[in-house]
Design a protein around this ligand. Structure first.
Ligand code: ADP
Ligand code: MG
Length: 233
């Protein structure tokens, strides 16, 4: 087990948000976390990475208890996070943005690997990140995250605002990273995108994980999507 959340309860001030989240991500798995708006998917990722601390429960990463670890220490471990909305530094160049992901890596080959995955980035290194298209910004955000060569990559709604062509290429890139050994925890609103990639899916409802199923178990089970997401897929 690479990542485990065991009965995690998280508050924002007095707001009780995660009300007992338990989930597991195995090495080399792609796991999708699905649920309606506001159920706590982003809060789950923020809790894992340490931006917000759980009041009770336990989080382990590769056998290490990270529940009480400060965010900057978790940031040094082999976990990377591409947050919702990408959070690039818009006035910094693409290269400067990428360098913020290289603080914990000295391997020169890491940048070449990024150029292999996202060939268009190479020609834009000196452009301001804020001047790029949504798809290009997502490419930079993912590049920055994988430059630290994480074992596990967490992506929050990576397809939001992307044109269909970029969505298709992003799907290929995530599949490729996974084929090369990276474990992925994906929060996604586009169900077909998530299902094309995920080995396993967790469904969240109101601060809790209510159901898990493998991709095979979800074949032909429209009822599950209606029940937990309220949508027809
Ligand atoms: N910083 C915050 N302070 C207070 N409440 C928040 C904060 N961020 C999110 N929330 C609330 O927590 C709940 C879960 O939000 P979130 O984790 O962003 O859901 P999701 O990602 O599933 O849409 C929502 O009700 C949201 O309004
Ligand atoms: Mg969210």
């Amino acid at each position: 087990m690479l990542l485990t959340l065991d009965d995690v309860h998280t508050y924002y001030g007095k707001s009780y948000i995660l009300q007992g989240v338990s989930l597991e991500v195995n090495k080399r798995e792609i796991v999708a976390l699905l649920g309606r708006n506001g159920v706590g998917k982003t809060t789950t990722l923020n809790t894992i990475i340490g931006f917000v601390k759980p009041r009770t429960g336990k989080i382990s990463l590769d056998g290490v208890d990270i529940t009480a670890m400060q965010a900057f220490r978790i940031g040094r471990l082999k976990i990377a996070y591409v947050p919702q909305g990408r959070h690039l530094f818009p006035k910094m160049t693409v290269l400067e943005n990428l360098k913020t992901g290289m603080i914990h890596t000295s391997r020169s080959g890491a940048l070449d690997r990024v150029f292999e995955l996202f060939p268009n980035i190479r020609g834009k290194l000196n452009q301001k990140a804020g001047s790029l298209s949504g798809g290009e910004q997502q490419a930079v955000a993912i590049s920055r995250a994988i430059l630290k060569e994480p074992d596990i990559l967490m992506l929050d709604e990576p397809t939001t605002g992307l044109m269909p062509l970029f969505v298709a290429s992003l799907q290929e890139i995530i599949a490729k990273l996974n084929a090369e050994g990276m474990t992925i925890l994906l929060v996604e609103e586009r169900v077909p995108f998530a299902l094309a990639l995920a080995d396993r899916v967790y469904f969240m409802v109101k601060g809790r994980v209510e159901h898990t199923a493998t991709r095979e178990e979800l074949q032909g089970r429209k009822d599950i999507f209606v029940r937990y997401l309220g949508i027809e897929v």
